[in-house]
Design a protein around this ligand. Structure first.
Ligand code: AMP
Ligand code: ZN
Ligand code: ZN
Length: 420
């Protein structure tokens, strides 16, 4: 029996042809009903605290699929292996000593008594960010529209320039909302659509701190964030939006334990030191008149840590000249922590901030898209090299940086993804 008993043969042929035409025509994208050929967008995604080897836990089918289409690598983060310094390195190509965001906690001799913390109002004050122009500003200045669904530094205006679209950081904005924000921007008509977007996801870092890099909850966060990447890719495909995805992290994660804490205040009088950061490293200044005593107690190799005067840190850290760095820098050994105060429970089972050569500090790099060649697994490289690569991917002339454009040059597929 026919499904169309009341239709005559001629009408059936017409219907069949119309259905075939529908199948061959892409669904409408954006507001118009006619299909539009969309220019590629480049999305720089940061999964905070995603250690490079999490990619091999069998939890990340979407990231692994991207890597199979393009490339993957373990990345050496810049020193110190903290969130704000490394995020600013990724979008400036400069090491923290040069871009000025030298730590998550900072003081500046030009602003006596003021502390920059990632959780206080100073974090969005341009004063702390203006030594280096981030990629979204360079892009806007070169006529390329940008959007930042979060990124450290993206809320600080650059003179009168900002990303065309941006949002205020709030930890309560879920990963899905952050992804949907990006998708909404990309759904706009071409004239208002960003060509370069950043997206920042933090749940893997939070779980890594709370439960450690081997924690079940950390694996859950890894699985969940991979699902968000899958959702992003699927939604982009549904709107026929070609996209270069560059998925990175800022640093890895190392297991910590209450038995591996050095109490610096038992080695020197707490009143003799002014501490700005503690944990995997400690930054401090001796109180006036206590310099010799503090240096004698701390400088050099000690049990489970090492301290240097700021100008005497190993050259490979490329760190120590910036005026925001305190006079003494102490670095804990693998998995150890330095504190000069009592810790409030619960104790964090994971942390980062260790030597950037430590394999547990290694960060994620995955890239795929029309502008990215299929290149398999690349050798370890420095995260300063991401900047010239992403700049070329979006067609922006990069500023001078510490990055080597040659490192990821073979990954750029000329002429197909906006690469120039
Ligand atoms: P860390 O202490 O280095 O692990 O920093 C990671 C934390 O930085 C995240 O868990 C967030 O709470 C916070 N964070 C990330 N981006 C921002 C931002 N743009 N503004 C304020 N805090 C942020
Ligand atoms: Zn981080
Ligand atoms: Zn962290």
């Amino acid at each position: 029996m026919s499904f169309f008993p009341r239709l005559r043969r001629g009408a059936l042929v017409f219907l069949a042809l119309a259905l075939a035409a529908c199948a061959a025509t892409p669904p409408p994208s954006g507001a118009g009903a006619t299909a539009e050929r969309r220019e590629p967008v480049t999305i720089l995604v940061s999964i905070d605290g995603f250690r490079a080897d999490y990619l091999d836990r069998g939890l990340t089918p979407n990231l692994n699929a991207l890597a199979a289409r393009g490339a993957r690598a373990a990345m050496r983060p810049s020193f110190p292996t903290k969130t704000f310094p490394n995020h600013y390195t990724l979008v400036t190509g400069l090491r923290p000593d040069r871009h000025g965001v030298v730590d998550n906690n900072m003081e500046d001799p030009r602003k006596p008594g003021v502390l920059f913390k990632i959780s206080n109002a100073e974090a969005i004050n341009p004063f702390w960010w203006d030594a280096a122009e981030p990629l979204w500003i360079t892009a806007e200045r070169q006529g390329i529209r940008t959007g930042t669904s979060l990124w450290p530094g993206a809320e600080a205006p650059w003179g009168t320039t900002r990303p065309a679209s941006w949002i205020r950081y709030d930890e309560h904005i879920t990963s899905r909302q952050r992804v949907d924000t990006v998708l909404d921007w990309i759904r706009r008509p071409a004239a208002n659509r960003p060509r370069f977007v950043t997206l920042y996801l933090e749940t893997v870092d939070t779980a890594g701190h709370d439960f450690g890099p081997e924690g079940r909850e950390t694996n859950e966060a890894v699985r969940e964030v991979d699902g968000e990447i899958g959702y992003l890719v699927a939604q982009l495909q549904a709107m026929r939006q070609p996209a270069n995805l560059v998925v990175v992290s800022d640093h890895g994660m190392e297991a910590t334990a209450p038995e591996r804490v050095v109490r610096i205040d038992r080695l020197v009088d707490a009143a003799a030191i002014h501490v700005v950061s503690d944990g995997p490293f400690m930054t401090l200044a001796a109180a006036p008149g206590h310099e010799a005593q503090v240096e004698a107690k701390l400088l050099g190799r000690r049990d489970h840590f090492q301290c240097w005067r700021k100008g005497e840190l190993p050259a490979r850290f490329a760190y120590g000249r910036n005026p925001r760095i305190l006079p003494i820098f102490c670095l804990a050994d693998h998995g150890w922590l330095l504190y000069a105060r009592d810790l409030k429970p619960p104790f964090d089972l994971g942390n980062h901030g260790y030597d950037n050569e430590d394999p547990d500090m290694r960060a994620l790099f995955v890239a795929a898209g029309p502008g990215v060649a299929k290149a398999g697994t690349l050798p370890l490289f420095d995260n300063v090299d991401v900047y010239p690569f992403v700049a070329r991917l979006i067609g922006v002339a990069p500023r001078a940086s510490d990055g080597d454009a040659a490192t990821l040059q073979p990954l750029l597929r000329q002429g197909s993804g906006g690469a120039r």
